[in-house]
Design a protein around this ligand. Structure first.
Ligand code: NAP
Length: 453
């Protein structure tokens, strides 16, 4: 049984029966049949359906947004924006998939030789709750446009979102079985990966989930793309435009109540800026309205689950015990629901949980450093390598610093964000492979050489 609990109230929203192993096998069989026909369709046909999916998303935006908010607590304004972004990625791949997958003609000793990009079959997506629609659409739009089929194992706390996504494709006119949701727990994932009709796996989530899925897929010789956690550095150099830098730092940390893999988590501030940055970030954090995520003016909602709230609180308390200083927050909010007060910790040092681990919630960790070189060293002193930001009025200097940061992306004078036009992904324990852009759509295709004498 998958039980959905509204994290703002701790009330049960709905319970869903899980699919049995027999039902799962039956669904995969139907998806495979649909794939055999779907792979023969041309780009013009797929393009018109994918544009329709974007229309369906925009038409039903409020309904989908409410489902997400009730299931995992994100604010309704962020939920609506998420649905809009899903429509964007559908339109983007509808318009560009054909060009991204066009034959690549290569001059060789052959009379003609080329590389074709062909569909591989059913891709299994194991997805997290934090962006219940976006994480799925950024996989599904390129996968379907490439001629693949999809099955989704979504996080156990967002089955309503998972079923709604399946219905989007159906309402848009896609073949009934080309994209299906499996209502299963993580225990059943191994059997799904082992099914010979599943050709590849993409996972977004935690490091343990990534290690488990990748090892099973490795045993089965199936390709994986892993988008895991991050502890993104946000580097403030001594000539940063402080008001803009602080305002963006709060947005970058607090998006989705801090539960984003690319949220800024470690604020690495060069000494002359530390005092002012501390004061201004604390003041901005304290001004945020925390409360009912269904209200339009709420800026910070609850965290997604009570167990995640407890985990975050433990990370904060251990860090305080090791010498971190609390500028604001630092504890759970009073009352029901998984609410954590917007928190700023400073004097954060190596060894503390908020320095070493990913903090998946509304907690900013300020790490003072003496100069640019130390800032780079601290930024790279992480198991993760997802995103990052560098702030300086000297953009050439900032770009030079950006090039030395060991992550999948770095944004200069801006916050890290995903964009359908740019590749997204990490290195080190943040995973491997790329989503979005032309790089993303080529992850799950057969890159096939054709050579003609
Ligand atoms: P999670 O456990 O990694 O969940 C992500 C997805 O993987 C869910 O569908 C989950 O299913 C599934 N899963 C988990 N363990 C699995 C396993 N051993 N084999 C197969 N599938 C598995 O993430 P979470 O528990 O929701 O959050 C825990 C931590 O993960 C967070 O504190 C954060 O650090 C990180 N996280 C990162 C991202 C990101 O975008 N990078 C997103 C979410 C969480 P069930 O829900 O059924 O367990």
């Amino acid at each position: 049984m998958l039980k959905v609990i509204n994290p703002a109230t701790n009330e049960i929203v709905k319970e869903y029966d899980e699919h049995t192993p027999e039902e799962v096998a039956d669904i995969i069989g139907k998806v495979q049949d649909a794939f055999i026909r779907w792979r023969q369709t041309d780009f013009t046909h797929r393009k018109s359906l994918m544009h329709k999916a974007a229309e369906v998303l925009r038409k039903n935006k409020n309904q989908y947004a409410r489902t997400m908010t009730m299931e995992m607590g994100k604010t309704i304004t962020e939920a609506r924006a998420e649905v809009e972004k899903c429509a964007w990625v559908c339109d983007y791949y509808a318009d560009h998939a054909e060009e991204f997958l066009a034959d690549d003609i290569v001059e060789t000793d052959a009379s003609r030789s080329l590389v074709a990009f062909e569909p591989i079959g059913i891709v299994l997506a194991v997805m997290p709750w934090n962006f219940p629609f976006w994480q799925v659409f950024r996989f599904a739009a390129p996968a379907l446009m490439a001629g693949n089929a999809g099955v989704l194992k979504h996080a156990s706390n967002v089955p309503g979102s998972a079923l709604a996504i399946e219905a989007v494709f159906r309402e848009a006119g896609f073949p009934e079985e080309i994209f299906r949701t499996l209502l299963i727990s993580s225990r059943q994932v191994e059997a799904v990966i082992a099914d010979s009709r599943i050709r590849a796996v993409t996972l977004t989530g935690s490091e343990p989930a990534g290690m488990s899925v990748a090892s099973i897929a490795g045993r089965e010789l199936k390709k994986t793309v892993l988008e895991l956690g991050g502890s993104d550095p946000y580097i403030v150099l001594d000539d940063a435009d402080l008001p803009a830098c602080v305002a963006t730092s709060v947005t970058a940390r607090m998006i989705n109540t801090g539960q984003s893999c690319i949220a800024a988590k470690r604020f690495i501030v060069v000494e002359p800026m530390v005092k002012q940055f501390e004061q201004q970030q604390k003041a901005t954090m304290e001004s945020l309205k925390v409360g009912d995520p269904l209200l339009d003016d709420t800026k910070v909602g609850p965290m997604a689950r009570m167990d995640l709230l407890d985990e975050l609180d433990e990370q904060v308390h251990k860090s305080i015990a090791m010498g971190a200083r609390v500028l604001c927050g630092g504890r759970k909010a009073d009352g029901p629901g998984a609410f954590y007060l917007p928190t700023v910790l400073t004097e954060v040092k190596k060894g503390m949980p908020v320095y070493e681990q990913e903090t998946f919630g509304p907690v900013a960790a300020i790490i003072p450093v003496k100069d640019t070189e130390e800032a780079i060293a601290v930024a790279n002193d992480s198991l993760f390598g997802l995103g990052g930001s560098v702030w300086s009025r000297d953009v050439q200097k900032a770009e030079a610093v950006a090039r030395r940061i060991e992550t999948g992306s770095v944004f200069v004078n801006g916050m890290t964000k995903s964009d359908p036009r740019l590749p997204f992904g990490g290195i080190k324990k943040s995973g491997y492979g790329r989503e979005l852009s032309h790089y993303g759509i080529r992850e799950f295709v057969n890159i096939k050489t054709i050579w003609i004498a």
